[in-house]
Design a protein around this ligand. Sequence first.
Ligand code: WTA
Length: 641
Amino acid sequence: MTIESLYDDVTPIKPSKAFSEKAIIKTDDDYNKANTDRLKFWEEQAKQLTWDQAWDTPLKWERPIAKWFVNGKLNATTNCLDRHIMSKKTDKTALIWESESGDKQSLSYKQLHDKVCRLANYLSQSCNIKKGDRVTLYMSLTPELAIAVLACARIGAIHSVVFAGFSAESLQDRLNDSESVCIITGDIAIRRGKSIKLKEIVDQALDNAPSVKHVLVHKRTTEIVNWVNNRDHDFNEALNSSSSYHEPESMDSEDPLFILYTSGTTGKPKGIIHTTGGYLTHAQYSTKIVFDLKDDDIYWCTADIGWITGHTYLIYGPLLNGATVFMYEGTPDYPNEGIFWDLIQRYKISIFYTAPTAIRAFMKSGESIPEQYNLASLRLLGSVGEPINPEAWNWYYTHIGQKQCPIVDTWWQTETGGIMITTLPGLHDMKPGSAGKPLPGIQAQCLHDDGTAIHSGGGLLSLTEPWPSMARGIWGDSKRFNDVYWSKFDTYFAGDGAIVDDNGYFTLLGRVDDVLNVAGHRIGTMEVESSLVDCPKVAEAAVIGIQDRIKGQAILAFVILKEGISESIDLENELKQFVAKKISPIAKPKAIIFTPDLPKTRSGKIMRRLLKQAANNETLGDTTSLSNPQIIKDIQKQLSK
Ligand code: WTA
């Protein structure tokens, strides 16, 4: 059985001539080179980095473990910082930061290098942290978090960034799983006008995290925090008291650079391991070609460093390219719904990379908000994290990009380390809702359940050749790594459903566990959700499968209405008909639940698993990653009525 595409064909949109003429990638050359000799192509990209020692073999592949650029040696921060300060970029702005309360900071490459070296010295000299030790970072999105990430990389400590919205319990699990010897945190984080006492959460987590010997605290306020002598250190004093000269650790290409925890289908998070040479190679290359990154760009990726997008496309990728990166500590709707557009106008942001969930929230509040700002500095838009439905795509293209900016819809995962599938902005036509083609050097296929390839149509997405930034394992659990990603097929199983068309464009359908089977038809939850959101009265939607005696599965939809629209039986029927008409009668929801919100992770992903458990009257599984835990209880109540 194949996954069926029920979308109508969409008309491709060409990037403007003005954009294409100046684009970094204008031809198929890189695709051709990679197709002719993939390893040579990746070696060429790796040569764009500065190595202390050249590699002797490009790839050793013993499925599922890849070794890239074998025996090469390099340091991430030499590449992100030192080589720029030895060039004319030394005084170029590396980071610009603003917080929701209006605090500002700007650091040149030289200043950033200085701080990173000071912290590196402190960590190694005063905390005795050595190459290979794990250091957990639990901080809000500030320049100090970027400094801490880079300081770890400089001394060869493996950083594990935990998003500063996770609970003490989640933090404790991650500290213990990684056996971190040190945690770097802040006194507070600021979110929607409230201050969150990070140090208190850390102290709670440390109740039972015996490996942690040192706590560095970046104080942003004069508030007194609990202090444990001989364990706690003042971050600012650490910088002031340390030398700004630091010799970077020369790392093996395959030494781990970081661990990043991500959720799987079971409750226990997976510590995904990325190593140095291959990861940095792809981070540098993909940032440059996908975002068409040029020297005078002001680049803003709205992701937090707590997620992979923040690692690769807020820190490593742009800094490797010597770019100017804008960082904002705040949410899209606080202190007002125009804050993002205000920032774009004030900082003349030229590249803007965000998530569909944010775009749909902007749509909900209407285009009259961005219309009040001058967004003419923008030249490229990006989307990541989940499928972007064509309506949101078109809204983004029209109201934010003024139909002048190409959109790159980038498909990838924590496990892939960097972007795998997208259009290249100056080269390819865009198809709203479809991510595009695998990047040069990346091979993807849709597979049948039995592993045979589908050349046109829907199936399970697999990456079929090893690539430099692929995950090297799950921390402490090589069996799980093998089971989750490498046991279904011979090649890497991404866990997503996708449709590939005759032009080689991939349209993502969401996680496979979210694929519905209605009367023998496999339908992506995304397609149904997308059609619901297409209805002008609907702000957001999530659908799940519920058991149905006749059809096997029926569709239950959860719908958030736009402001000013009230729920009614008539509206429910209207929406059902709308989907039936838009997609097909087989995709028509059996019932619609109107709700003011949906259960979402802190990174904005809808947790359909919880909706399924609520609908099937099962006890709820792990809810610790929910940003709004109350809503699932409210939905349970509503369903039991
Ligand atoms: C989904 C985020 C459709 C997908 C970088 C993937 C997407 C999961 C897209 C990884 C996209 C990410 N279109 N789906 N452009 N980007 N996804 O690890 O289901 O947080 O498997 O990495 O997000 O999420 P993760």
